[in-house]
Write a protein that binds this ligand. Structure first.
Ligand SMILES: O=P(O)(O)OC[C@H]1O[C@H](O[C@H]2O[C@H](CO)[C@@H](O)[C@H](O)[C@H]2O)[C@H](O)[C@@H](O)[C@@H]1O
Length: 357
């Protein structure tokens, strides 16, 4: 997975197919091998296969990933607390924070490093701007958070990166001045006349829901038929699993297992594995300082790239200790909001200082 942040537009590509309590199957998982789905003109056929043996799932990592990265929050908190006495959970969190220090505590170091650099903000939606709730349709962002995001976008190019469809996340956030990367970056929309280069080969002019001119980047448009096919296969193959919910996000599909009994997780993992087996894979700034705030497995791809390039800051939003490639942590969306507000205050002061020089 690469985080491409050329001077103009931050583009997130090739995300992990995993996400917290849902598995996202996106269009970067595309066939290059002859074993993959076949193309015939505009039509794509996804081979339907009998589900593999459950053993496959254990060895292929899907189930492990579901368990280690995506247990339902309620369960995770319960399990975590059952291993450590309630009073010890804060101690455990504090000791975890030695490895992932709070971005609020390290604010001065972060902004010192950001001097003379152009910050680019990447914000995940679910679990970062809105709290995680059981019903995906009820993940609403607070007015306070919307205010903070609107303010941050006045000072830095700001993108919302989500596994949700672009339309959906735009509807939830409701701010026209942002970039929106839906379907894990496969469907990107940015404000017109902004710093995005209008002559990018994948850029087309369009209008948003309010009729405002925008630039659209949809590098995976040709794969929509295949995603639809994968979506339908997933719906069909999981229809008997109580609690499973499949979503079609246009450029990717997601299967939720938050409400599925854990004993049925291997079946879901197997199902995803069987479909993805046939779909092996999609695609750089110097004075830009990317700050990526996110809470789940798909965000780890971005954290990893930032760490490997030793560029920018990955900030993990988590109220429980967990392994991450991020450099820093924030406990929950309210700390995210505080961090965004601090950045705005810092930038205003910085601009005032510059004016006085
Ligand atoms: O914005 P992202 O963090 O990339 O999230 C992508 C997924 O968000 C939604 O699912 C997650 O939030 C739900 C609401 O809090 C929660 O019920 C679910 O368990 C989480 O996985 C969305 O519904 C998914 O389709 C997105 O892929």
């Amino acid at each position: 997975m690469e985080l491409k942040s050329n001077h103009a537009s931050p583009v997130l590509t090739d995300p992990s197919p995993l996400n917290k309590s849902k598995l996202g199957i996106h269009s970067s998982l595309l066939p290059y091998s002859s074993a993959g789905p076949s193309f015939s003109g505009k039509y794509v056929t996804v081979p339907r296969k009998k589900p593999g043996k459950l053993d496959d799932v254990r060895s292929n990592g899907w189930l492990d990933a579901m368990k280690s990265s995506s247990p339902p929050r309620k369960k995770l908190i319960k399990d975590f607390n059952s291993e450590v006495a309630p009073d010890d959970s804060e101690t455990a969190y504090r000791s975890w924070m030695l490895k992932y220090p709070s971005a609020l505590d390290y604010f001065k170091q972060i902004t010192n490093f950001a001097k003379n650099k152009k910050i680019a903000m990447f914000l995940d939606y679910d679990g970062t701007l809105s709290p995680i709730v059981d019903d995906p349709d009820r993940a609403i962002m607070s007015d306070g958070m919307r205010f903070a995001v609107r303010n941050i976008a006045k000072y830095f190019p700001t993108a919302i990166i989500s596994g949700r469809s672009r339309d959906k996340v735009y509807e939830l956030v409701g701010l026209t001045e942002l970039y929106y990367a839906g379907s894990h970056g496969m469907d990107i929309m940015g404000p017109v006349n902004n710093i995005v280069s209008d002559d990018h080969p994948n850029c087309i002019k369009s209008t948003d829901q309010l009729g405002k001119e925008v630039n659209l980047f949809q590098p995976a448009i040709e794969f929509i038929p295949m995603i639809n096919e994968v979506f339908r296969t997933l719906v069909e193959n999981t229809k008997k699993i109580q609690g499973a919910k499949v979503e079609n996000h246009k450029f990717c599909a997601a299967i939720h297992y938050r409400n599925v009994d854990e004993k049925n997780w291997p079946t879901i993992a197997q199902c995803v594995h069987d479909i993805l087996k046939d779909y092996p894979r999609l695609s750089n700034s110097d004075d830009v300082l990317p700050i990526y705030v996110g809470d789940d497995r798909t965000d780890e791809d971005a954290f990893k790239v930032l760490r490997e390039r030793n560029q920018g800051y990955g900030i993990l939003v988590s109220s429980v200790p967990k392994e991450s490639k991020a450099f820093h942590s924030l406990r929950d969306p309210s700390e995210v909001q505080e961090f965004l507000s601090c950045l705005v205050r810092w930038k205003k002061l910085d601009e005032d200082d510059e004016e006085q020089k």
